[in-house]
Design a protein around this ligand. Structure first.
Ligand code: NI
Length: 255
């Protein structure tokens, strides 16, 4: 079995002491690949530096909506990072309306569109973070169809109806820890119905640790629990979910 964690943050300060060890545990757990995702300029640089010396990993660079304030002064450097061979996606970008202290919605939208344009220009997939904002995200995507370059709805949190909208726009749907949680009924339906060739799995580590390790610091090795849960929900083997999701991720990230 070969697994691919399509969204982790081994570049996060919480891995400052032991990213190497976490990467080792990942390889031991049959997770041959991970995508290390940036969320601001520093973490994007760190993602590229990590991917440059860990052949099982690749990087995404971008400005997360929570960090969108002042994004325009950072686009030149994000673009420079995009030219690095380790970089296989733009992200994470998107809209996050969860916290009142987040940047104004217009700024988040501007940052998102600017980075979708970059992804399109460099022919890279984009990795989307969408929290409490699916309606606006879909409207933004439909209004900017010329910048749609495919990519990933990361840590998908919506209904099957919402998932279908993203699928129609060409995106893949990626499931993280919440699909393993006991109260995940709405997500369960989406995880059963997303076509196998559009399905991805991820940890979003250090966040979102899945059952049975919920509550602790998450790490890429735990993507096996997401794989097993989705297999159980769909009534197919874990090997089948592993094969499909890894193939999808390799195609998307061109690995
Ligand atoms: Ni993330």
């Amino acid at each position: 079995m070969v697994l691919f964690d399509t969204h982790c943050h081994l570049n996060d300060p919480s891995f400052a002491q032991d990213a190497e060890a976490a990467y080792g545990r990942m390889l031991e757990a049959e997770v041959a690949h991970c995508a290390v995702i940036g969320y601001d300029l520093d973490s994007s640089r760190a993602a590229v530096a990590f991917a440059a010396v860990h052949p099982g990993s690749c990087a995404a660079v971008g400005i997360h909506p929570e960090h969108a304030q002042g994004y325009d002064t950072q686009m030149d450097e994000i673009e420079a990072l995009l030219r690095r061979p380790e970089v296989r996606a733009v992200g994470e970008i998107g809209l996050d309306y969860h916290w009142e202290t987040n940047p104004a919605r217009e700024i988040q939208a501007d940052a998102c569109i600017a980075q979708m344009e970059l992804a399109c220009r460099y022919d890279l997939p984009a990795c989307f973070h969408v929290r409490d904002s699916h309606a606006d995200m879909l409207a933004l995507m439909k209004a900017n169809r010329k910048y749609l370059s495919g990519g990933i709805m990361h840590c998908f949190s919506g209904s099957w109806e919402t998932a279908q909208e993203y699928l129609k726009l060409g995106y893949h749907i990626s499931f993280a820890g919440p699909v393993t949680f006991k109260n995940a009924r709405k997500l369960t339906v989406a995880a059963q119905r997303v076509p196998l060739d559009r399905l991805l799995i991820e940890t979003d580590s250090p966040y979102m640790a899945p059952e049975p390790v919920r509550g602790g610091r998450n790490e890429p090795a735990n993507v096996r629990f997401i794989c097993a849960k989705i297999a159980e929900l769909r009534g197919i083997s874990t090997e089948e979910v592993a094969r499909a999701t890894t193939e999808n991720a390799r195609k998307l990230f061109r690995i």
